[in-house]
Every structure is written in structure tokens, then in C-alpha cells.
Design a protein around this ligand. Structure first.
Ligand code: AP5
Length: 196
């Protein structure tokens, strides 16, 4: 698997479960028309395909654990390759979740330009996910799995974040979505200006 020839910006969108990655990505797509690829959504699509691999994935996600690294990267790389001809930029949401995932992505896909990290306390994350649980229908939006997802996130996050000191921008995600998006937009505008 060799790296892809990508000339548009690549942005990773990181943060704990419920930090607002998906919410901010939706707004970024509206403003910048980037291609949004969420590792969680790609995995859930695989699960709903009903394949035996999908069943294994569903069990892992229900336990709040990380699925095998090669599989997530393969799903992402295929989706990037498919969207590449028309894409203005890629928002890679929920990846990397382990240090090694980031290293592999830059080797087998392309270098990242910007890492957005949405930072919120565990208390806020739990409250938001429990709120969303009322309507989401997600197998992992229940109190027990939310605790495990947080544990998984807190186990790996420091190592991921330490890896990207200069490219990583930490954004206070305790604020309302409009304020967070205003800061996010400034960071993306800076990136786009630097790439001109
Ligand atoms: P994934 O689907 O990525 O879930 P997650 O990281 O747990 O994040 P969420 O999608 O639940 O939350 P979010 O940050 O997008 O927040 P949202 O905007 O929805 O991953 C699921 C599972 O897949 C993982 O546990 C793992 O098993 C597997 N997986 C995924 N990627 C993997 C990888 N790379 N490697 C291995 N395994 C992987 O917001 C949440 C709620 O808060 C919403 O109700 C929203 O309306 C509300 N909200 C958002 N922003 C605000 C705000 N500013 N103020 C108040 N409320 C807000």
C-alpha cells in the first residue's frame, strides 16, 4: 500500500466521545465543502452491511474498544481514494485514536496539514452523550459503554496529542457550538492561506 497523491488539505478531527466532532464537521462541510469521513460512520456502515466482519466490529464497538487499526485505515483510505477526484479537502473525523494509527496514515495515505482537537471534560462528554442517547439509537450510547469509551479515549489520547505539537490546535469544546465553530473557522482560514 503506497501513499496517495493528494494536493488538497487533510484535517484530522479529534476529541473525546461526544466532544462535538461530528457537530463541527457538519458546519465545516457547509462552509468549506470539504469531504467529511468519519471513522465511526464508516465502521457503522460496515456493521449494517450484515457481513461477518460487521458483526465482529459491532461487538467491539459495543464494548467501547478500538477496532483493529488496519481495518479502519483500509476503510478510510478506500473512501479517500473514491472521493479524491472531486474533493476540496478532507476532514478525517475520529482518527487517529492511537499513536500508531497516525503514523500509519501519514505513511500509507498522505501527510496531515492540521489537527483539530476538541477538548472537554469527562463530565461534559458524559452529559452530552446521555442527552444524545435518548434519540440516537446507537448501540454504544448507553451509560456502561460511554464509561468504557471514555476510558479507551483517556488511555490513548495523551500519546496521540503529544505526537503533533505544532500542527495540533486545542480548542475549548466546553463552549456553545457557534463559539467553537468561530474558532475552528479561523484555524481553517489560516491553514488555507498558508497553502496558497
Ligand atoms: P465514533 O462514531 O467516532 O464516536 P465517538 O468518538 O465516541 O464520538 P461521537 O460520534 O459519539 O461524538 P462526537 O464527538 O462526534 O460528538 P457529536 O457532535 O455527535 O466512534 C464509535 C466507535 O467506533 C469507537 O468507540 C470505536 O469502537 C470505533 N472507532 C471509531 N474510530 C476508530 C478508530 N480510528 N480506531 C479504532 N476504532 C474506532 O456531539 C455529541 C452530542 O453533543 C450531540 O447530541 C450534540 O448535539 C451535542 N453537542 C455537540 N457540540 C455541543 C456543544 N458545543 N454544546 C452542547 N452540546 C453539544
Amino acid at each position: 500500500m503506497s501513499a496517495l497523491d493528494i494536493s488538497v488539505p487533510i484535517i484530522w478531527v479529534l476529541g473525546g466521545p461526544g466532544s462535538g466532532k461530528g457537530t463541527q464537521c457538519e458546519r465545516i462541510v457547509t462552509k468549506y465543502q470539504f469531504t467529511h469521513l468519519s471513522s465511526g460512520d464508516l465502521l457503522r456502515e460496515e456493521v449494517s452491511s450484515g457481513s461477518s466482519r460487521g458483526q465482529e466490529l459491532s461487538a467491539i464497538m459495543e464494548r467501547g474498544e478500538l477496532v483493529p487499526m488496519d481495518l479502519v485505515l483500509e476503510l478510510l483510505r478506500d473512501a479517500i481514494q473514491k472521493a479524491l477526484p472531486d474533493s476540496k479537502g478532507f476532514l478525517i473525523d475520529g482518527y487517529p485514536r492511537e499513536k500508531e494509527q497516525g503514523i500509519l496514515f501519514e505513511k500509507k495515505v498522505a501527510p496531515v496539514h492540521l489537527v483539530l482537537f476538541y477538548d472537554a471534560s469527562d463530565k461534559t462528554l458524559v452529559e452530552r452523550l446521555l442527552g444524545r442517547a435518548k434519540t440516537s439509537g446507537r448501540v454504544d450510547d448507553n451509560e456502561e459503554t460511554i464509561k468504557k469509551r471514555l476510558h479507551t479515549f483517556n488511555t490513548h489520547n495523551d500519546q496521540v496529542v503529544q505526537q503533533y505539537t505544532e500542527k495540533l490546535k486545542r480548542i475549548d469544546a466546553e463552549r456553545n457550538a457557534d463559539e467553537i465553530f468561530a474558532e475552528t473557522s479561523l484555524l481553517i482560514d489560516d491553514l488555507l492561506a498558508s497553502l496558497k
